[in-house]
Design a protein around this ligand. Structure first.
Ligand SMILES: CC(C)(COP(=O)(O)OP(=O)(O)OC[C@H]1O[C@@H](n2cnc3c(N)ncnc32)[C@H](O)[C@@H]1OP(=O)(O)O)[C@@H](O)C(=O)NCCC(=O)NCCS
Length: 190
C-alpha cells in the first residue's frame, strides 16, 4: 500500500505556492476568513477536537505568506453510519476556497488530494452534499466523477459564536464517488 500523504503543494498559474496541510489549532481564527465564518467558530473547534481522535480530518490551503485561503473537512467515522463508517465510506464537507484564488484548479486539486488520502487508507466511497442552487460546485464534482444519488433536505443546526442555536435549511443533492470502481460498495448501494 502507498504511504499516506498528509500534505502537498499546489502551484498557482502565477507561480504562487499553496501548501495543503493538516489544520493546526492556531489556524482556527484564519479559517473564519476575517469574520465571514465567525458564526462557525464553535463548530470548527468541535471538528478540530474530533480531528485529534482521527474521526475527522481537516486540511487547510495556505499561501506562502501564511494566509489560510481554503479548507476541506473529511468525516471518516460518524454515528451517522450512512455518511462515514471509519472503514469504507467517508463524507467530505466544509470545502471552500477564497474568491480571489478560485478558478485556477486549486479546488479540483484539493478534491484529488483528499481522494488519494482516502484510497491509501483503504476507503471505497466519498459522499458529499451540494446545495441545489450551487451549480458551479456541482459541475466541478461531476467533472471529478461524482454522481447525484438523491435529494437531501439539508436541515441541520449549529451553535454560533454567541451560544445561540442557528437552524439551517439548505436543500441539497447527495453526491457519491466510488473511488474503487470494482469494489462491492457501489453508488447508492445503501
Ligand atoms: C467550489 C470551490 C471550492 C471550487 O474551488 P476552485 O479553486 O475555484 O476550483 P477549480 O479551480 O478546480 O475549478 C473551478 C473551475 O476552474 C476551472 N479550472 C480548473 N483548472 C483551471 C486552471 N488551471 N486554469 C483556469 N481554470 C481552471 C475548472 O474547469 C472549473 O471550471 P468549470 O467548473 O466551469 O469547468 C470554490 O468555488 C468555492 O469555494 N465555492 C464556494 C464554496 C462552495 O460552494 N463549496 C462547495 C460546497 S459543496
Amino acid at each position: 500500500m502507498n504511504q499516506v500523504q498528509l500534505e502537498t503543494i499546489f502551484r498557482m498559474p502565477d507561480g504562487l505556492n499553496i501548501r495543503i496541510r493538516p489544520a493546526r489549532v492556531n489556524d482556527l481564527p484564519g479559517m473564519e476568513w476575517d469574520g465571514e465564518y465567525a458564526h462557525f467558530r464553535k463548530l470548527y473547534r468541535q471538528h478540530f477536537q474530533n480531528s485529534r481522535t482521527g474521526y475527522t480530518r481537516i486540511w487547510v490551503a495556505e499561501t506562502e505568506a501564511g494566509e489560510i485561503i481554503g479548507q476541506v473537512f473529511l468525516l471518516l467515522y460518524s454515528r451517522q453510519n450512512e455518511l462515514a463508517d471509519g472503514l469504507h465510506r467517508a463524507y467530505m464537507f466544509s470545502f471552500r476556497v477564497k474568491p480571489d484564488f478560485r478558478n485556477h484548479g486549486l479546488g479540483g486539486f484539493m478534491i484529488e488530494f483528499v481522494e488519494n488520502y482516502l484510497l491509501t487508507r483503504g476507503f471505497d466511497t466519498v459522499r458529499l452534499n451540494v446545495g441545489r442552487d450551487n451549480e458551479q460546485a456541482r459541475h466541478l464534482y461531476e467533472k471529478h466523477g461524482y454522481k447525484v444519488v438523491g435529494p437531501e433536505e439539508g436541515r441541520w443546526r449549529y451553535e454560533d459564536q454567541f451560544g445561540r442555536w442557528q437552524h439551517v435549511h439548505e436543500p441539497a443533492w447527495r453526491m457519491i464517488k466510488n473511488l474503487k470502481p470494482n469494489s462491492s460498495e457501489t453508488e447508492g448501494s445503501d
